[in-house]
Design a protein around this ligand. Structure first.
Ligand SMILES: NC(=O)c1ccc[n+]([C@@H]2O[C@H](COP(=O)([O-])OP(=O)(O)OC[C@H]3O[C@@H](n4cnc5c(N)ncnc54)[C@H](OP(=O)(O)O)[C@@H]3O)[C@@H](O)[C@H]2O)c1
Length: 322
């Protein structure tokens, strides 16, 4: 009898929770959506580059900035997927000035070729959004032998930004947005084993790369003082996108709790805010979430770690960047 009563109580509890969720769905959605970029700024005549713009947060960021009049360069590793996304953007907003270019951040030759062509073909770049990312993939290496998370999420974007920094400076005022994550809180830079050759945990490798994003933005901001090029990092929120594709558990979790998560459009708001909000024109080296300043973990505030990561990144990529 006790067992039956327990089962009945569990069923009643679940029923109550379901009823509450259904009843308060609009409020839950509104809370889950987070901050919205309220700026009405337009971007006519401005050029924007977004990495990983064929899906998720990047695609929604591209659509929003195209609606505001920007010429948007969608840098995608899969050109077909990119063209499909661009067609979707043109379908939603026919005057959109969007174009797709091939960029594989897991291959420094691809990054260099991309930048070389871009520098030949455009003479202004006002916003760079380092958005592309991978999460919790099985242990793999980039073409250059870097562990995939640190290779794509940090080193690939480090090299891309290095190659385009002159153009951004010439186009000033210009902004760089680095899409990081709340996950940086759980990361630390393992200088003794940056590529996880000793031991590998896909979650920790992701956290390390997202911490590297925060440190990169802070160190770059320090080095860009006085140039009218600003750089800030962003946590987009927990967004129902393709990012969980490598983890079945995370995919199930994201599917079950989809209602509590942000849509990609909602997840794009803070990137958009950092790319154009008037009040941020002189703000650099900060971290944002929900279109507001956000907490940075102590390890993300360490100037020493940021400098060391900068030096190690330059060494690994064979570049000099003062
Ligand atoms: N979703 C979240 O809850 C969440 C939370 C915090 C931070 N973020 C960050 O937000 C950013 C965007 O993520 P998302 O949620 O929009 O994920 P997504 O839908 O999976 O989009 C990731 C994008 O990155 C691209 N990409 C992956 N590897 C690449 C490579 N080697 N070269 C070029 N592009 C590559 C993907 O291209 P393909 O489609 O061709 O693979 C895709 O366009 C990421 O940096 C992520 O870390 C997301």
């Amino acid at each position: 009898i006790l067992g039956v009563m327990l089962l009945l109580m569990i069923a009643a509890g679940l029923g109550l929770v379901t009823l509450l969720v259904v009843f308060f769905k609009p409020q839950i959605r509104q809370y889950g959506a987070g901050g919205v970029c309220q700026s009405a700024a337009t971007l006519n005549g401005k050029t924007v580059l977004i990495t990983g713009a064929n899906t998720g947060i990047g695609k929604e960021t591209a659509l929003d900035l195209a609606r505001r009049g920007a010429r948007v360069i969608m840098a995608c590793r899969d050109v077909d997927k990119g063209e499909e996304a661009a067609a979707g953007i043109r379908g939603a907003y026919p005057p959109a000035l969007v174009e797709v270019r091939e960029l594989d951040l897991a291959d420094t030759c691809s990054i260099r070729a991309f930048a070389e062509t871009l520098l030949r073909e455009i003479n202004q770049l006002h916003v760079l959004i380092n958005n592309a990312g991978v999460m919790m993939c099985p242990y793999t290496k980039t073409v250059d032998g870097f562990e995939m998370h640190i290779g794509v999420n940090h080193l690939g974007h480090f090299l891309l930004t290095h190659l385009l920094i002159g153009l951004l400076k010439r186009s000033a005022p210009a902004r760089i947005v680095v899409v990081s994550s709340l996950a940086h809180n759980f990361g630390w830079i393992r200088f003794h084993d940056l590529h996880s050759q000793g031991s590998y945990n896909s979650g920790l490798a992701y956290c390390q790369s997202k911490l590297a994003n925060v440190l990169f933005a802070r160190e770059l901001a320090r080095r860009l003082r006085g140039t009218e090029v600003t750089v800030n990092s962003v946590h987009p929120g927990t967004v129902n996108s393709d990012l969980t594709r490598h983890s079945t558990l995370m995919t199930i979790f994201f599917t079950v709790f989809a209602m509590f998560l942000k849509t990609p459009r909602e997840g794009a708001q803070t990137s958009i805010y950092c790319a154009l909000a008037e009040e941020l024109h002189a703000i650099s080296g900060k971290h944002f979430s929900d279109c507001a300043p956000a907490f940075v973990a102590p390890q993300g505030r360490s100037e020493e770690t940021a400098r060391r990561l900068w030096e190690v990144s330059c060494e690994l990529l064979g570049v000099e960047w003062d």
